[in-house]
Design a protein around this ligand. Structure first.
Ligand SMILES: NC(=O)c1ccc[n+]([C@@H]2O[C@H](COP(=O)([O-])OP(=O)(O)OC[C@H]3O[C@@H](n4cnc5c(N)ncnc54)[C@H](OP(=O)(O)O)[C@@H]3O)[C@@H](O)[C@H]2O)c1
Length: 330
């Protein structure tokens, strides 16, 4: 990817991943001549085709990192499957079709490992996205996200477009949504640990604590997404995940949160709460593949990418939440 005159539009630029991209781009990944624009829903409601077109015409992007989505944890998904389906279909269709109409050179959209089939073999890899129904808890979000991959292939086949997608595991970090009811598990644990410490009350983990998850620090994901924008040339998605050996139980990651925040009180499990999928182990073998060549040309992958150790990333996220408690999303 050349850089002089490139305009990279980041939809969902105010969110967890968008703010992480801003941090790493401004922290050194920005190339001379590039302009990065970070969109909020206040700049344009991307469920609205006219507003989407207007914001694209205003910035005339050459590249798009598409993050904007209705996002939430297990409990919000369970309540609002219809909204997750409709809003995300609308946002994705408006962004991709407008990018096509305005001749955007490349779009990298964000899927998620939680959209894979419920009944599957492990580890999950990129070829399995459409192999069976998703977990019933988040079928609305899942089918909307799966359609992005379908659209990417359709835009490539019919129009020769370079629209692709990445598939992160559970993301966490600064600027997360720390709402206990609606957010994802790790920021929810951080918020609950903060409140338990403040009020000197027991720390309550929802569910058994047994489910296993791979967590990726938002700043690591941001570096990988900038790499994908610049170097990843396939339409097919690529999983962006820590190694399988870095999978942890909710119980273990809870303990890391408690260590980071300095809570020594009692820990209880509320087993009346749903656990969600027991595990979703994803393979990052494609990302870890060595540089090589195939019939489509040169393929660059990242066999040596160093992920931030989980305990360090949890500590940094806890410190960010404590420092920014008044303004954090919660
Ligand atoms: N968080 C995770 O664990 C995770 C895991 C895998 C994949 N992902 C994917 O990563 C992407 C980013 O997620 P995130 O965690 O950064 O989400 P987030 O923190 O909730 O941010 C969502 C972003 O989308 C924007 N947005 C929402 N509705 C919009 C609309 N109608 N029009 C325009 N913008 C809208 C929000 O704008 P405002 O804040 O200005 O309203 C915000 O910038 C999403 O596509 C998500 O599916 C996330």
């Amino acid at each position: 990817m050349s850089s002089e005159g490139d305009v990279i539009l980041v939809t969902g630029g105010t969110g967890l991943v968008g703010q992480a991209i801003k941090t790493v781009v401004e922290g050194g990944l920005k190339r001379p001549g590039e302009t990065w624009v970070y969109l909020s829903s206040k700049d344009a409601d991307l469920t609205d085709p006219a507003a989407t077109r207007a914001v694209f015409e205003r910035h005339r992007p050459t590249h798009v990192i598409h993050l904007a989505a209705m996002v939430g944890g297990l409990f919000r998904n369970l309540r609002y499957n219809c909204d997750f389906l409709r809003k995300n279909i609308l946002i994705n269709d408006n962004v991709l079709e407008t990018a096509h109409q305005l001749n955007v050179q490349k779009v990298v959209s964000c899927l998620s490992t939680c959209i894979f089939p419920d009944k599957t073999s492990y580890p999950i890899d990129e070829t399995m996205v459409h192999n069976g129904p998703p977990h019933p808890s988040n079928f609305g979000y899942s089918y909307a996200k799966r359609l992005v991959d379908v659209q990417n292939r359709a835009y490539h086949q019919q129009h020769g477009r370079c629209f692709t997608s990445v598939i992160p595991t559970n993301v966490f970090g600064p600027h997360d949504n720390f709402n206990v009811e609606d957010g994802h598990v790790l920021p929810g644990l951080i918020h609950k640990a903060y409140l338990a410490k403040q009020s000197d009350s027991p720390f309550v983990v929802w569910g058994t604590g047994k489910p296993l998850r791979q967590f990726i620090y938002s700043l690591d994901l941001a570096r990988l997404m900038v790499w994908a924008l610049r170097e990843y040339t396939e339409v097919d998605p690529i999983i962006l995940s820590v190694d399988e050996s870095a999978e942890v139980s909710i119980k273990d990651v809870s303990q890391q949160v408690l260590d980071a925040i300095g809570f020594q009180g009692p820990v209880v499990h509320d087993e009346t709460r749903a656990d969600g999928q027991f595990k979703k182990t994803a393979s990052n073998a494609k990302l870890r593949r060595s540089v090589g060549w195939d019939v489509e040309g040169v393929k660059w992958y990242l066999p040596d990418f160093q992920f931030t150790p989980l305990s360090q990333a949890v500590k940094e996220s806890v410190d960010w939440f404590v420092t920014n408690y008044e303004t954090a999303r919660k």
